[in-house]
Design a binder for this molecule. Structure first.
Ligand SMILES: Nc1ncnc2c1ncn2[C@@H]1O[C@H](COP(=O)(O)OP(=O)(O)OP(=O)(O)O)[C@@H](O)[C@H]1O
Length: 445
């Protein structure tokens, strides 16, 4: 086979693995493909079964990843034709609506319509809708969304972009990760195009920057971002940022940026509760046209608890596995499909009570003292760690956690969470200790 084509395909696969495509989806679908030939901007791809080709063609975000990555690698907008054996099977081409989204780098799948709202994300969702709906006013500027991996921050950010563009396609909207921002900035210096870079970013109506925590250790990029931010802010242009932590706990982030971020609207997304996970799976399976029985949806939702990206990956794996084996989706096929990935839930549930017991043992503090009003450091700090763990490892709201610690209010829990998050970042041994304690809570040690 053409070595250049093989090389291109290898680069595509390794780029794809850096995206949000889950390892399960990658193994189940993309790894099975192989390139045949590249002819007149059309890439012919072999798929072992029509199901795999169909699955990829019907999924707009997979399409987007393919278009984006090949565009970067070849500087061309390729079309793709899938073949099963030698028979033409299916193809997709880039439409003008796609081009608009492509300019803004928005994923067509991430809209408010496809976002399931539950207790864990309702505030972040409401804030995002309000920002999108009143763009001109830029009342909450910046909107800063933070939370753990795979919980929907990027999705909400894109949804804001879609809402704005659907209402007015002339608006200048741009989504970038902080890594892309950094790379473009560095390239602009290298190629003497810094003015162009500045003009591009500073003329946006809506700038969406994902994973902003990654610019914190890059001083010159941070400086550039600071000026971009100020200019957009002064012109009442909306900025939306996401991060894995709140602004004041991002290590090495300059204090002038912390105060600007905190001056906008800061909202968090927590891991979804069971009901929300079920609703997400139902919505995804309906959207993909999968007929998944309720008991299987419940089963998957119970297996995959903390991360929505993994939840989606598990659903894809179950449907693919069922179709390729028995042809029907049942609890039996689902548990076989997931058996290597998720051990049966034999661990104990994580609750504030169980956390307090472990903390009490490790720090030699009584359970009564953890709930008491005592503020000596030897009691207050273990209490703060227990609150942090309750926030980090359970679905409970701040209010509920406060209640279980002797009726404290939610701001005390936020304060404890932020303080301990910062300590965890700066102190690897505390981080390790918390991991060990959580394993004890789960009964694994
Ligand atoms: N509430 C939701 N409803 C429907 N789908 C969701 C929801 N939240 C997340 N998802 C889906 O889960 C996947 C991961 O979400 P997303 O990429 O937005 O997470 P993230 O918080 O930005 O993660 P990371 O920190 O890793 O970048 C996406 O496919 C997204 O569509």
């Amino acid at each position: 086979m053409d070595q250049d084509l093989l090389h291109l395909w290898g680069n595509f696969l390794s780029e794809l693995q850096k995206t949000e495509i889950s390892p399960i989806t990658y193994d189940t679908f993309f790894k099975q493909l192989s390139p045949i030939k590249l002819e007149n901007d059309t890439l012919f791809i072999n798929t072992p079964t029509s199901f795999i080709g169909e699955h990829i063609c019907n999924n707009e975000s997979y399409h987007r990843y393919m278009v984006d990555i090949f565009n970067r690698l070849t500087e061309k907008n390729l079309n793709f034709k899938f073949l099963v054996g030698d028979a033409p099977y299916n193809s997709f081409q880039t439409s003008s609506q796609d081009q608009l989204y492509e300019r803004s780098r928005l994923n067509p799948k991430y809209t408010f319509d496809t976002f399931v709202v539950g207790k864990s994300n309702e505030f972040a969702h409401a804030a995002s809708v309000s920002v999108a709906d009143s763009l001109e006013k830029a009342n909450a500027n910046p909107l800063f969304i933070y939370g753990g991996v795979g919980l929907g921050k990027t999705h909400l950010m894109h949804a804001i972009g879609h809402f704005v563009l659907d209402r007015d396609p002339k608006k200048k909207v741009l989504y970038v990760t902080s890594e892309q921002f950094t790379n473009e900035f560095i390239n602009s210096i290298r190629t003497n195009k810094n003015e162009h870079f500045r003009h591009k970013y500073r003329s946006m109506d809506l700038l969406l920057i994902d994973d902003i925590q990654f610019i914190a250790d890059k001083e010159t990029t941070m400086e550039e971002f600071f000026h971009t931010f100020n200019e957009l802010y002064a012109a009442d242009k909306q900025i939306v940022l996401t991060s894995d932590k709140p602004p004041n706990t991002i290590p090495k982030l300059e204090s002038r940026l912390i105060s600007r971020f905190a001056g906008g609207l800061v909202v968090d997304i927590a891991p979804p509760d069971l009901e929300t996970r079920i609703a997400i799976l139902r919505k995804k399976s309906d959207a993909e046209g999968f007929q998944v029985p309720d008991d299987v949806i419940n089963f998957i939702a119970e297996q995959v608890q903390s991360n929505i990206r993994e939840l989606e990956g598990a659903l894809s794996r179950v449907t693919a596995y069922s179709r390729l084996t028995t042809g029907t989706i049942s609890i039996k096929t689902a548990s076989l499909a997931l058996k290597d990935l998720y051990r049966e839930q034999t661990t104990k549930p994580i609750t504030p009570e169980a956390i307090k017991k472990v903390i009490s043992r490790h720090y030699n503090v009584s359970l009564e003292d953890l709930d008491s009003k005592k503020r000596t450091r030897s009691i207050a700090y273990p209490r703060q760690i227990a609150m942090y763990m309750s926030r980090q490892y359970t679905d409970l709201s701040l209010l509920k956690i406060g209640e279980t610690f002797g009726g404290r209010d939610h701001s005390t829990v936020i304060h404890a969470y932020e303080k301990v998050s910062e300590d965890v970042e700066n102190n690897p041994s505390l981080n390790a200790k918390i991991h060990q304690m959580i394993r004890e809570v789960k009964g694994e040690l």
